[in-house]
Design a protein around this ligand. Structure first.
Ligand SMILES: Cc1cc2nc3c(=O)[nH]c(=O)nc-3n(C[C@H](O)[C@H](O)[C@H](O)COP(=O)(O)O)c2cc1C
Length: 165
């Protein structure tokens, strides 16, 4: 199948999650493009779509929201999965990593599932405003991404596509 992995990432860690998902889907025999999620990107040529975004202040990034809004009439008949990243640390509040507009995103895409992955925070890469917010919310610094969970999820997508979508 021809699969699009569309991703919105500010500091690159969600992008790397999307690349790992793309790798697993390729390994399962699919043709995969990992592209930046933005309003001008169309889902038209693809059979299945995985859409992911980093979460900032409880929201998906603008590019991911615009991508979904611009394509909302085109998702019919396609298999769609969503993911967000994400919470930081080993112990984070329940509901963290779930975008505020999840219901709308699910309705617009007809997605089967929304998955949350733990993310990465590198304070040295943040702008001043971001650094102040990270300090205020006492966000733990480090790379908490769980590659087994990420690759496992991609393999479950591959299995679902194999068994007829
Ligand atoms: C200013 C700021 C605000 C954030 N807000 C949230 C949030 O509301 N919910 C959440 O789960 N993670 C939040 N995060 C954590 C990021 O989503 C996490 O660092 C993610 O891995 C970043 O992805 P990226 O490298 O692709 O940009 C925030 C991080 C920063 C720096």
């Amino acid at each position: 199948m021809n699969i699009l992995v569309a991703v919105a990432s500010k500091h690159g860690s969600t992008r790397a999650i999307a690349e790992a998902i793309g790798e697993e889907l390729r390994r399962a025999g699919h043709t995969v493009e990992v592209r930046e999620a933005q309003g001008t990107l169309s889902v038209e040529p693809y059979d299945a779509v995985v859409i992911g975004s980093a979460i900032y202040m409880g929201q998906w990034m603008a590019g991911a929201k615009e991508f979904v809004a611009q394509n909302r009439e085109r998702f019919g008949g396609k298999a769609v999965w969503l993911f967000s990243s994400g919470p930081l640390g080993e112990d984070y509040p329940e509901g963290m990593g779930i975008p505020a507009t999840l219901d709308e995103l699910l309705a617009q895409t007809g997605a089967r599932e929304h998955q949350v992955f733990v993310g990465r925070l590198d304070k040295s890469a943040l702008g001043l405003r971001e650094r102040i917010i990270a300090r205020l919310v006492k966000a733990p610094e480090g790379d908490f991404r769980d590659w087994d969970a990420i690759r496992g999820w991609a393999n479950r997508i591959a299995a679902a596509l194999e068994s007829g979508g």
